[in-house]
Design a protein around this ligand. Sequence first.
Ligand SMILES: [Zn+2]
Length: 296
Amino acid sequence: MKFIDIKILKLIIIFILFSALLSIVYVMVEYRTFTGPNFSHTVNGDFTYLESFFQEEPEEMLTSISSSTTPEVKVPIIIYHSVRPYILGESILQDRFDITPALFERQLAYLQKHGFTTISPDELARDIKLGTTTPTIKPVMLSFDDGWENQYKYAFPLLKKYHMIATFYVYSNPIDKNRPSYLSWDQLREMSAAGMIIGSHTLSHPLFRNLTVPEIKNEIVKSKKVIESEIGKPVVNFAQPFGYSSPGIEALIKEAGYKTARGTFKGVYHSQADLYNLQGYFTSDNFNDFVYILSR
Ligand SMILES: [Zn+2]
């Protein structure tokens, strides 16, 4: 009997070790491009999981370096990527930051039921300047990254249905280049005309850490011009790819004529000091996370 127990124990240990090994291999394969030499060019489009690496919580630090004399304003910013039906067989990691249209609608219905108002980055900038969100009742900012076509297909109709607005941060290089998973300029123009805000997320979605200052500047300045010429409206809101920022990068964004920039640090309070690195939360598959963010 004891002999069998040991045998089973050995089998369990081997199974655990094998599972651990598989997980390590999986993670290495999943993120192989993250440390690769041509990281920004080799990743084939979907940056969602990589961006999540940069979501940290420096709230204390950001609060303490705030130089503003106006009070901080509380506005939850929700960061979305793909909104699409679940694909059978995909891993938890692949699906983690994408939500289904049904869950997105549940979130919008919650916002409506609880009296939230969706606001634009411009309105947030105004509120930060004034030090108050009044008279807006329960403001929240919805934002979508990376310009996926599914945002037009699934999120945009629901936003219209609930009379809500969102900001779509797109990077311009893949648009209208025969890449159907990306939004087209026609779709972006239609969304803009319907009240959605189109912001810049650079030209090529690079990791700024790997670029020279002139290259960073080009990504920030040129994308603004490209998007403006296509949608026919000023583009004054920016989002750093992967949320990667620095005081120097923020100065370049400001100098280019943007009024705000959204980063990916977690937090709901905003001051003048973080106007060019606004904090937000990645959405998740868990509805309770959404409720929690709004209640912070
Ligand atoms: Zn992105």
